[in-house]
Write a protein that binds this ligand. Structure first.
Ligand code: ADP
Ligand code: MG
Ligand code: MG
Length: 499
């Protein structure tokens, strides 16, 4: 994913202006001690904790930090304190996870629905077209995935206008931060245990977060289902990855708790070193592969040449378990999200009416751009909408002025260009003052948060082995920034304090 180097943090915290009752989850003045002193001590303790517990990322400033493990580490950006979050919405978000897991699985089996829904997008979006091409090839040979593994993350914001939990998107490929996200919850727990009395906050109100352990468990159980003791898990990675420690946490748990070895390969390496045996076994660098876990392959930049596409096809043709399969990947596109939100579509895939009602309740307004009324409204009031292309990884959406200009231009072109996008109702979370720590420095900003709930799903034919909510990722960003990616430099890692 493209990375912006521009820091969103403009103001270094020099005063205690915002401390006290007005500011949720901020460092409150302590009896007998200056709040500034307590805060400085907490920042230092927190940064130290990160270093000692692997809550780290590669430092942008060090050119080798994305390729050489152990070189150029810096603590991951984090919020100093957990963000308050109502327990009722937390419960609602957790309950949705297994339902979304099942929905993804059901939709993935309907190849015609996927091809049909994305057929217009395909004409104007080359990347989606390439994914659909692989998918069509698999349909043509009637390829079945008996063992299906999903490691998803459904992201939500609390809309202040309607006081409701609304889904931003569902990620089915390369969902990041199961590793570091779990650690941030532990960091906050540790800080509250030490400073909780001073702050008046109870560490027990931070939900436990086992995302890394549970993702590794799902990968490990998938490996067991594949049933080849000499096979490995293959993680597909980008050649340069500053978020490698988030990945290494999973690799570590897989080895320590499940005795499963992981190899990390780029798509280009898979092309060079991989083959599929006549019985379907994927062999890479001489080793049979049980599970292919994608932490790359979600963006056009991950396919700089035909070599990478050919690797993706090779993987898909094999009998290895793909996380995600091409079908699961397509179910996670923004276009499918929008199609599923149309009336009567969920009913095609799910039977349980209560489940359907729960899903619908969290759907924001979503529209395809062949709806002229909505396009007109969006041009008139661009601030009420977000314009989204079929992309992942942050930094791709259009807002406000850009949204309006783009819609006007695409409309005038009169081709199919509009079909590359969807329109979404803009969600407005309430902003609060937050202390964000980046590079050992604490900044205080008006911020908004996005809660991601991880879900794991493993199925072998009719046997559902796992269908769980497993941990969470809170991301907090300065409210003036539209996009939310941590890797892209827009947001910090956070956890929640239930209220
Ligand atoms: P990506 O797959 O690139 O992460 P998202 O749909 O998650 O795409 O959008 C990126 C970011 O844009 C989100 O993390 C969120 O901060 C912001 N965003 C997306 N949709 C909305 C929306 N409907 N209202 C407000 N902000 C949004
Ligand atoms: Mg996404
Ligand atoms: Mg997102």
């Amino acid at each position: 994913a493209a990375d912006s180097c521009a820091s969103p943090y403009r103001r270094r915290v020099g005063s205690l202006r915002a401390m006290g009752a007005e500011a949720p989850s901020s460092v409150a003045p302590a009896a007998g001690r200056k709040a500034s002193a307590v805060q400085a001590e907490m920042v230092e303790a927190a940064a130290m904790w990160c270093a000692m517990h692997g809550l780290v990322v590669g430092d942008r400033g060090n050119p080798r930090s994305g390729t050489v493990p152990g070189v150029g580490l810096v603590h991951a950006p984090f919020s100093l304190l957990p963000t308050r979050f109502p327990a009722s919405f937390w419960k609602q978000a957790c309950e949705l996870a297994p339902i979304f897991n099942e929905l993804v699985d059901r939709v993935s089996l309907d190849g015609k629905f996927l091809q049909g829904s994305l057929s217009r997008t395909k004409q104007v979006d080359d990347f989606t077209a390439r994914l659909l091409e692989i998918h069509a090839k698999m349909m043509a040979v009637n390829k079945k995935e008996d063992i299906r593994l999903g490691l998803h993350r459904s992201d939500y914001m609390l809309d202040s206008e309607t006081n409701s939990l609304l889904q931003i998107e569902l990620n089915t490929i390369s969902t990041s931060f199961p590793g570091l996200g779990s650690l941030v919850s532990e960091l906050h727990r540790t800080l509250l245990n030490q400073y909780g009395e001073v702050l008046g906050l109870d560490s027990e109100r931070i939900p436990r977060n086992w995302a890394a352990i549970q993702f590794a468990e799902a990968l490990g159980k998938a490996w067991v289902e594949y049933n080849n003791g000499s096979a490995v898990v293959m993680m597909i990675v980008q050649a340069e990855e500053r978020n490698m420690y988030d990945q290494y946490w999973l690799i570590n748990h897989l080895k320590e708790s499940h005795g499963v070895m992981t190899i990390r390969k780029t798509l280009a390496q898979v092309e060079a070193e991989g083959l599929v045996l006549p019985d379907g076994t994927l062999v890479v660098d001489g080793r049979p592969v049980a599970v292919v876990y994608f932490r790359a392959g979600y963006a056009p930049t991950d396919y700089p040449s035909e070599v990478e596409w050919s690797a993706r096809l090779l993987i898909e043709q094999s009998s290895a378990i793909k996380c995600p399969s091409i079908s699961y990947h397509l179910v996670g596109t923004k276009k499918i999200q929008q199609e599923l939100a149309k009336p009567s579509v969920l009913e095609r895939f799910l039977d349980n009416e209560e489940d359907i009602a729960k899903l619908r309740k969290c759907f924001a307004g979503l529209w395809s751009l062949d709806n002229e009324e909505i396009v007109k409204s969006a041009i008139e009031k661009p601030d009420l909408f977000v314009l989204k292309p079929q992309r992942e990884g942050g930094g791709n959406n259009l807002y406000g002025h850009d949204l309006r200009e783009t819609l006007i231009r695409l409309k005038n072109e009169q081709g199919e260009a509009l079909a590359a996008y969807i329109l979404m109702q803009r969600i407005f979370p309430r902003a609060s003052l937050t202390q964000l720590v980046q590079g050992g420095v604490c900044f205080e900003e008006l911020s908004i948060s996005e809660l991601g709930i991880f879900g794991s799903y493993l199925r072998n034919k009719d046997k559902v082995v796992i269908n769980n909510q497993c941990g969470y990722l809170m991301r907090t960003k300065v409210s003036s920034s539209n996009e939310g990616g941590v890797a892209a430099g827009f947001a910090v890692l956070d956890s929640i304090l239930l209220t």
